[in-house]
Design a protein around this ligand. Structure first.
Ligand SMILES: [Zn+2]
Length: 305
């Protein structure tokens, strides 16, 4: 950096010397033949003097050329902002800083662009599928845009209505307290209640409580967060969220909802089922809280396969 500044200083000095020698030449030329040229051959003496001055200008010119060639070229092309460079010559004080700010913001945008490119390549290595990991090899990997979070409310209503028709003993109520996203309240026979929060057609959150509990907070709003006071329903909540993640499918979001609801419906007989493995109703004071995702068979937490 210092070297660069020294070279620049040298170049500027050379330009100054060149200017003054050019100035000298013209001053001498404008004065014409002077008395100190004497009487004999005064024109020749005058011309010789001008020739000396011109050769001086020439040598100074060479010096300027030399010093300029030592200067490193400005980083051209990198931040060539076209005509906006003229902003740097703005005479109004408060606009003078505009150009440097512009360059800064361009640099910032470039950096942002680089970072986002990196991010994209990282994210592409890890497609955010929640389930259906294709362990059998990815020969037929499909590219898709996960858009299940952005569907019209009518589509969500239709899917929920089709589920409602499947199970007559399950009461479904759809509300939309938070803009367009649906909250589904489920009453499963006389066994339990649940709220399911959707984002588009994607299930985001499941909370299960006892039949005698409610989902109303102190100020009368829908309460999606307070856990059940019963251990069994807290366990069911955990399992339901695991099921929700298991059934999640960005390609067939409606199927995911239907599969989840079918699984969830199997909890109807939570307190009457016996465990598929040990055959008992209770183990450590808990009913069989686990349902197999595929066969819907009941298992105790400690008996599950
Ligand atoms: Zn068991």
């Amino acid at each position: 950096m210092d070297l660069q500044l020294d070279a620049l200083n040298e170049a500027l000095k050379a330009v100054k010397t060149l200017r003054s020698s050019v100035g000298n030449f013209f001053v001498t030329l404008s004065q014409g033949v002077r008395s100190d040229h004497g009487e004999d051959n005064k024109e020749t003496k005058f011309i010789l003097e001008l020739q000396d001055l011109i050769s001086e200008v020439n040598s100074h010119m060479r010096r300027v050329d030399q010093t300029c060639s030592c200067l490193a070229p400005a980083p051209e092309g990198l931040y060539n902002l076209g005509n906006t460079a003229l902003l740097a010559q703005e005479t109004t004080q408060d606009r003078q800083a505009l150009y440097s700010e512009l360059v800064e913001s361009y640099k910032w945008t470039d950096k942002l662009h680089d970072c986002s490119n990196l991010t994209v390549s990282y994210l592409q290595q890890n497609v955010m599928k929640r389930t259906y990991v294709n362990a059998a090899g990815n020969a037929k990997r499909r590219r898709y845009t996960p858009s299940s979070h952005n569907v019209p409310p009518q589509t969500v209503d239709n899917v929920i209505a089709s589920v409602d028709r499947l199970f007559s003993d399950m009461t479904l109520t759809v509300t939309r307290p938070y803009a367009t996203n649906a909250i589904l309240q489920i009453t499963l026979g006389r066994s339990l209640k649940a709220v399911v929060a959707f984002k588009g057609l994607m299930i985001e959150w499941v909370l299960v409580k006892g039949y005698n509990e409610d989902f109303v907070s102190e100020n009368g709003h829908l309460d999606l967060w307070t856990e059940s006071r019963y251990q069994v329903f807290r366990k069911i909540t955990d399992n339901a969220n695991a099921a929700m993640l298991h059934f999640y499918s960005p390609i067939h979001p409606d199927l995911a909802v239907r599969s989840f609801m079918t699984w969830f419906h199997s909890l109807m007989t939570l307190f009457t089922d016996s465990c598929r493995r040990c055959g008992n109703h209770l183990l450590l004071g808990m009913p069989p809280t686990w349902r197999d995702f595929r066969t819907l068979e009941a298992f105790h937490e400690d008996c599950k396969p």
